[in-house]
Design a protein around this ligand. Structure first.
Ligand code: HEC
Ligand code: HEC
Ligand code: HEC
Ligand code: HEC
Length: 145
């Protein structure tokens, strides 16, 4: 009887740990944005971006708000480009009248944070250091690779 209980407790503990770990890994998938196009010449640490947690808190439901597809200068609201890096379309230098990569990120991320700031309530960060923190362990680890 006692032995069975111990086995049961051990099994439960293992299960809980597995779920906890899965949760951590799922969030760390895209904890920072580190676009591969910047990798040879990076000036700032990668930007903080806890993808799923962020979108939940900011209440963004449509993936295509960020993972968009454009045709003839118009966004196609039904289409989405998730799985593609932003740099597949936004190059380091402006090309075919598509805004360059760093501007694309800043316009999208900081742009929304600034807009929301006006609408009040909870805001996203707007200063360089809040988005590109130098001192977090995450940023350090990635910069030292
Ligand atoms: C606020 C903007 C935003 C929203 C909303 C958003 N994403 Fe993303 N997502 C990003 C950014 C930025 C990246 C990193 C892109 C890069 O590396 O170029 C990314 C990366 C990804 C990746 C690649 C993950 C990886 O491991 O590299 C997938 C898949 C993805 N998003 C799916 C989704 C899905 C599905 C939704 C809707 C449920 C969604 N995203 C909503 C901004 C967003
Ligand atoms: C499949 C190609 C494609 C992908 C992938 C893509 N974009 Fe775009 N994006 C465009 C095109 C085309 C335009 C219209 C030209 C312009 O305004 O620069 C545009 C416009 C924009 C704009 C201005 C309009 C707006 O929505 O405010 C921003 C900002 C932007 N993109 C940021 C991003 C970011 C950040 C990512 C990655 C999460 C991304 N884009 C992924 C093609 C793409
Ligand atoms: C459509 C609007 C919108 C876009 C686009 C957006 N954000 Fe945010 N962001 C928010 C809002 C709203 C909050 C505040 C959420 C809260 O805490 O309630 C926020 C919070 C944050 C935070 C604080 C951490 C957190 O999870 O609370 C970070 C970091 C952040 N955003 C980074 C980014 C980056 C990087 C991008 C571009 C890849 C981005 N955001 C795009 C609306 C947006
Ligand atoms: C709202 C968040 C946000 C703010 C605020 C912000 N950035 Fe960024 N920045 C990003 C994201 C997201 C990227 C693209 C992802 C990456 O780091 O690879 C980026 C990319 C960059 C890049 C190109 C990559 C590199 O490291 O060379 C530079 C340079 C940069 N930012 C500098 C700045 C400076 C300077 C400021 C303040 C004036 C600033 N950023 C403010 C989110 C932000």
């Amino acid at each position: 009887m006692r032995k069975e209980r111990i086995i049961l407790y051990v099994a439960i503990t293992i299960l809980i740990s597995v779920f906890a770990l899965m949760h951590v890994y799922a969030q760390e998938d895209v904890f920072v944005v580190e676009d591969s196009a910047f990798k040879d010449n990076r000036q700032r640490p990668p930007a903080l971006f806890p993808h799923d947690e962020h979108n939940e808190k900011a209440r963004i439901e449509e993936c295509s708000v960020c993972h968009h597809v454009y045709q003839d200068g118009k966004r196609l609201p039904e289409e989405s480009s998730e799985g593609q890096e932003c740099s597949e379309c936004h190059k380091l230098k402006r090309q075919d009248n598509v805004r360059p990569l760093m501007k694309a990120y800043h316009d999208m991320c900081r742009g929304c944070h600034q807009k929301r700031k006006v609408e009040a309530k909870k805001l996203g960060p707007v200063t360089c250091g809040e988005c590109h923190p130098r001192k977090t362990e995450i940023a350090k680890g990635l910069m030292e690779d």
